[in-house]
Design a protein around this ligand. Sequence first.
Ligand code: T46
Length: 138
Amino acid sequence: MINIGLLEFKHYTDEYGSLVALEENNNIPFDIKRVYYIYGVLTNVRRGFHSHKALDQALICVKGSVKILVKTHTEEEIYTLNSPTEALYIGPMIWREMYDFSEDAVLLVLASEKYDEADYIRKWEVYYPLAVDYFSKK
Ligand code: T46
Protein backbone atom coordinates (compact mmCIF):
# COMPACT_ATOMS: atom_id res chain seq x y z
CA MET A 1 0.00 0.00 0.00
CA ILE A 2 1.39 3.44 -0.92
CA ASN A 3 2.68 5.53 2.03
CA ILE A 4 2.65 2.52 4.39
CA GLY A 5 5.58 0.38 5.49
CA LEU A 6 6.84 -1.81 8.30
CA LEU A 7 10.16 -0.79 9.82
CA GLU A 8 12.28 -3.38 11.65
CA PHE A 9 14.77 -2.09 14.20
CA LYS A 10 18.07 -3.61 15.24
CA HIS A 11 18.05 -4.44 18.93
CA TYR A 12 21.01 -4.83 21.21
CA THR A 13 20.18 -7.70 23.53
CA ASP A 14 22.40 -9.22 26.17
CA GLU A 15 22.00 -10.71 29.62
CA TYR A 16 21.18 -7.19 30.92
CA GLY A 17 18.16 -6.76 28.63
CA SER A 18 17.47 -5.07 25.28
CA LEU A 19 17.98 -1.65 23.73
CA VAL A 20 16.67 -0.12 20.49
CA ALA A 21 18.04 3.18 19.14
CA LEU A 22 16.01 5.39 16.78
CA GLU A 23 17.62 8.10 14.66
CA GLU A 24 15.94 10.58 12.35
CA ASN A 25 16.69 10.06 8.67
CA ASN A 26 18.44 6.83 9.52
CA ASN A 27 16.19 4.00 10.73
CA ILE A 28 13.34 6.56 11.01
CA PRO A 29 12.84 7.88 7.46
CA PHE A 30 12.06 11.52 8.32
CA ASP A 31 12.98 14.41 10.63
CA ILE A 32 11.55 13.79 14.11
CA LYS A 33 9.93 16.99 15.41
CA ARG A 34 7.50 15.49 17.91
CA VAL A 35 7.05 12.40 20.07
CA TYR A 36 3.84 11.41 21.82
CA TYR A 37 2.44 8.25 23.34
CA ILE A 38 -1.02 6.80 23.88
CA TYR A 39 -1.72 4.55 26.87
CA GLY A 40 -4.50 3.56 29.26
CA VAL A 41 -6.93 2.91 26.40
CA LEU A 42 -9.88 0.66 27.22
CA THR A 43 -10.12 -2.47 25.03
CA ASN A 44 -13.44 -1.43 23.47
CA VAL A 45 -12.20 2.04 22.48
CA ARG A 46 -11.34 2.93 18.89
CA ARG A 47 -9.26 6.06 18.22
CA GLY A 48 -8.01 7.88 15.17
CA PHE A 49 -10.66 8.19 12.44
CA HIS A 50 -8.62 10.72 10.51
CA SER A 51 -5.90 11.23 7.93
CA HIS A 52 -3.08 13.73 7.77
CA LYS A 53 -2.44 15.88 4.75
CA ALA A 54 1.37 15.89 4.93
CA LEU A 55 2.58 14.27 8.17
CA ASP A 56 4.94 11.29 8.34
CA GLN A 57 4.65 9.14 11.45
CA ALA A 58 6.14 5.93 12.87
CA LEU A 59 3.96 4.02 15.35
CA ILE A 60 5.70 1.68 17.78
CA CYS A 61 3.84 -0.40 20.34
CA VAL A 62 6.62 -0.42 22.94
CA LYS A 63 4.49 -2.46 25.36
CA GLY A 64 1.40 -4.63 24.86
CA SER A 65 -0.43 -4.79 21.55
CA VAL A 66 -2.74 -2.76 19.34
CA LYS A 67 -4.33 -3.14 15.92
CA ILE A 68 -4.02 -0.40 13.31
CA LEU A 69 -6.41 -0.16 10.36
CA VAL A 70 -5.00 1.91 7.52
CA LYS A 71 -7.06 2.70 4.46
CA THR A 72 -7.48 4.85 1.41
CA HIS A 73 -10.48 5.24 -0.89
CA THR A 74 -9.56 1.92 -2.58
CA GLU A 75 -7.52 -0.21 -0.15
CA GLU A 76 -7.32 -1.20 3.46
CA GLU A 77 -4.92 -3.19 5.62
CA ILE A 78 -4.80 -4.18 9.28
CA TYR A 79 -1.54 -4.41 11.21
CA THR A 80 -1.03 -5.84 14.68
CA LEU A 81 1.75 -4.00 16.51
CA ASN A 82 3.14 -5.93 19.46
CA SER A 83 6.90 -5.49 19.36
CA PRO A 84 9.24 -2.69 20.48
CA THR A 85 11.52 -3.62 17.57
CA GLU A 86 9.12 -2.71 14.77
CA ALA A 87 7.18 0.33 13.63
CA LEU A 88 4.38 1.01 11.23
CA TYR A 89 5.29 3.94 8.99
CA ILE A 90 2.23 5.94 7.95
CA GLY A 91 2.74 8.69 5.41
CA PRO A 92 0.42 11.41 4.13
CA MET A 93 -3.21 10.87 3.11
CA ILE A 94 -3.78 7.56 4.91
CA TRP A 95 -6.90 7.14 7.03
CA ARG A 96 -6.10 5.36 10.32
CA GLU A 97 -8.00 3.79 13.20
CA MET A 98 -6.39 2.23 16.29
CA TYR A 99 -8.29 -0.43 18.26
CA ASP A 100 -7.99 -3.63 20.34
CA PHE A 101 -5.51 -1.98 22.70
CA SER A 102 -4.29 -4.45 25.32
CA GLU A 103 -4.68 -3.16 28.86
CA ASP A 104 -0.93 -2.55 29.13
CA ALA A 105 -0.48 -1.07 25.62
CA VAL A 106 1.79 1.93 25.16
CA LEU A 107 1.76 3.25 21.59
CA LEU A 108 4.72 5.52 20.95
CA VAL A 109 4.48 7.80 17.91
CA LEU A 110 7.28 9.73 16.19
CA ALA A 111 6.06 12.55 13.96
CA SER A 112 7.74 14.66 11.29
CA GLU A 113 6.03 17.91 12.33
CA LYS A 114 4.81 19.65 15.44
CA TYR A 115 1.14 19.37 16.31
CA ASP A 116 -1.05 21.19 13.79
CA GLU A 117 -4.80 20.61 13.77
CA ALA A 118 -4.91 22.12 10.24
CA ASP A 119 -3.06 19.03 8.95
CA TYR A 120 -5.87 16.69 10.08
CA ILE A 121 -8.71 15.50 7.85
CA ARG A 122 -11.25 14.23 10.37
CA LYS A 123 -14.26 13.52 8.11
CA TRP A 124 -14.33 10.54 5.72
CA GLU A 125 -16.53 12.47 3.26
CA VAL A 126 -13.89 15.22 3.11
CA TYR A 127 -11.03 12.69 2.95
CA TYR A 128 -12.48 10.61 0.11
CA PRO A 129 -12.33 13.10 -2.82
CA LEU A 130 -8.96 14.43 -1.63
CA ALA A 131 -7.61 10.85 -1.61
CA VAL A 132 -8.93 10.23 -5.15
CA ASP A 133 -7.02 13.30 -6.32
CA TYR A 134 -3.84 12.63 -4.27
CA PHE A 135 -3.43 8.97 -5.30
CA SER A 136 -4.26 9.67 -8.95
CA LYS A 137 -1.06 11.74 -9.08
CA LYS A 138 1.13 9.10 -7.35
C1 T46 B 1 -2.45 9.99 14.85
C2 T46 B 1 -2.78 8.90 15.77
C3 T46 B 1 -1.91 7.68 15.58
C4 T46 B 1 -2.09 17.49 21.16
O1 T46 B 1 -2.38 18.50 21.82
N1 T46 B 1 -0.84 17.34 20.65
C5 T46 B 1 -0.46 16.25 19.94
O2 T46 B 1 0.70 16.17 19.51
C6 T46 B 1 -1.44 15.23 19.69
C7 T46 B 1 -1.08 14.01 18.87
C8 T46 B 1 -2.70 15.39 20.21
N2 T46 B 1 -3.00 16.49 20.94
C9 T46 B 1 -4.36 16.60 21.52
C10 T46 B 1 -5.48 16.81 20.53
C11 T46 B 1 -6.67 16.17 21.20
O3 T46 B 1 -7.27 17.11 22.06
O4 T46 B 1 -4.65 15.37 22.18
C12 T46 B 1 -6.02 15.07 22.06
C13 T46 B 1 -6.23 13.67 21.48
O5 T46 B 1 -5.81 13.68 20.11
P1 T46 B 1 -6.52 12.80 18.98
O6 T46 B 1 -7.97 12.70 19.27
O7 T46 B 1 -6.13 13.35 17.65
O8 T46 B 1 -5.85 11.38 19.23
P2 T46 B 1 -5.92 10.07 18.32
O9 T46 B 1 -5.48 8.95 19.17
O10 T46 B 1 -7.23 9.95 17.63
O11 T46 B 1 -4.81 10.33 17.15
C14 T46 B 1 -3.46 10.46 17.49
C15 T46 B 1 -2.82 11.62 16.71
O12 T46 B 1 -3.58 12.82 16.96
C16 T46 B 1 -2.81 11.38 15.23
O13 T46 B 1 -1.96 12.31 14.60
O14 T46 B 1 -2.04 9.75 13.72
O15 T46 B 1 -2.75 9.26 17.16
